[in-house]
Design a protein around this ligand. Structure first.
Ligand code: ZN
Ligand code: ZN
Length: 379
């Protein structure tokens, strides 16, 4: 950190638990690690009010009558299907104020056909699902939607105290020496993102398929939005920041501390952090949503429109789960009755192994060309 007084580099001084400028003698006190303070917030409200609210397109709000989802469509769409529940929705004729315009967007790079092909390919390998689900045309209403995210970056100064462990090899075994240490680490942290949709914030399926780097983002432009539905943020930026500050950011800072001490382990770590130059971006992320219908029930399908990762909830075949172990057991019992227990056991194990190998080989065969296509695409 530079001295606010003269601009020279400051040095951490344990005796004052702060930064000292050797040049002009200025001292900057830092919070004690034991207090576990998080200092420095920005005035997000003012920042949002000051941000551009021009989306570049007229904004037609849509509220789904059956599930209550709130989205908006671009003006070329008058009706559509609710991505969340599959009901049809009608776009309102009036424009609405959607507040701050997005700063960045990730365009869709996976088509509907590609996602459907991936789904069916995966589905074939869902061994424990009913056959009709595995092989049937169960996917319906694959709908594209942009989901809002907040991304953050900030400069941080963290004071810490804790026990740091260093592992070394002693002959055949390893030994860890522990030292009590305190210090300070400065780090610029970026690429922290969190879902800005209340509907999806805690959705494990969505969160496990969405991943993006700052370099995947392009500047927001209304053309990219054309013909697509988007959700407006429902988690405020200050709520998002508070969540990020205590979870994702804290995790990064912990590893920064550990790295700073070149430690293999650490425990009883306490730290206080001062944030500055906090910057946030409002980002739209492409997602395909769909339902897979089986026996009147809908199983959720979600896929990233950008990296092609997907997740699906699937029905379990009760018959398969019950009969597979029963048949195996019956086979072993027959073997025991015939006095051929070890032979039958060996045969069963070989059958399981063979089944497993066939599964793996056909899996790799099925996905080989998909990987090849992905590689071509990236080029
Ligand atoms: Zn100075
Ligand atoms: Zn709905």
């Amino acid at each position: 950190m530079k001295c606010a007084n003269c601009g020279s580099d400051m040095r951490y001084d344990v005796s004052v638990m702060g930064l000292v400028c050797d040049y002009c003698g200025a001292v900057k006190n830092l919070p004690k690690p034991e207090d576990e303070q998080l200092i420095g917030d920005m005035d997000f409200g003012t920042a949002i009010r000051g941000a551009a609210a021009d989306w570049g397109v007229s904004r037609r709000p849509v509220e789904c009558k059956s599930c209550g989802a709130q989205m908006f469509y671009s003006p070329d769409q008058m009706s559509g299907i609710c991505p969340y529940c599959g009901s049809s929705v009608v776009v309102s004729g009036e424009e609405a104020d959607l507040g701050m315009a997005p700063n960045a967007i990730i365009p869709f790079s996976m088509t509907r056909e590609e996602i459907a092909a991936r789904f069916y390919r995966w589905n074939k390998f869902a061994f424990w699902s009913p056959e009709k689900f595995r092989k049937g045309k169960v996917l319906e209403n694959l709908v594209p939607i942009y989901i809002p995210y907040w991304t953050f970056e900030a400069d941080t100064v963290t004071t810490y105290t804790g026990r740091f462990g260093y592992t070394s090899e002693v002959g055949e075994s390893t030994k860890t020496n522990w030292y009590q240490k305190n210090g300070v680490v400065e780090k610029h942290i970026e690429g922290i993102s969190t879902c800005a949709s209340k509907k999806f914030r805690d959705d494990r399926m969505l969160n496990s398929v969405i991943s993006f780097k700052d370099s995947d983002l392009i500047e927001y432009s209304p053309d990219v939005l054309a013909g697509m539905a988007a959700e407006v943020y429902t988690v405020g930026v200050d709520d998002a920041w508070n969540a990020v500050k205590t979870k994702a950011l804290r995790k990064r800072l912990m590893s920064a501390v550990s790295e700073n001490e070149h430690a293999d382990h650490c425990e009883d770590l306490k730290c206080s952090t001062e944030y500055s130059n906090i910057r946030f971006r409002y980002v739209l992320v492409p997602v395909w949503l769909a339902g897979a219908r089986y026996k009147g029930k809908i199983y959720n399908v979600v896929a990233s429109g950008h990296n092609g990762l997907g997740k699906c909830s699937r029905p379990l075949s009760v018959a398969k789960c019950v009969w597979t172990p029963i048949l195996m057991l019956a086979f072993l019992i027959v073997g025991a009755i015939l006095g051929l227990g070890p032979l039958f056991f060996g045969l069963l194990m070989m059958a399981i192994m063979a089944g497993f190998i066939i599964y793996i080989v056909s899996f790799f065969a099925a996905f080989a060309d998909q990987r090849e296509n992905d590689r071509k695409k990236r080029r």
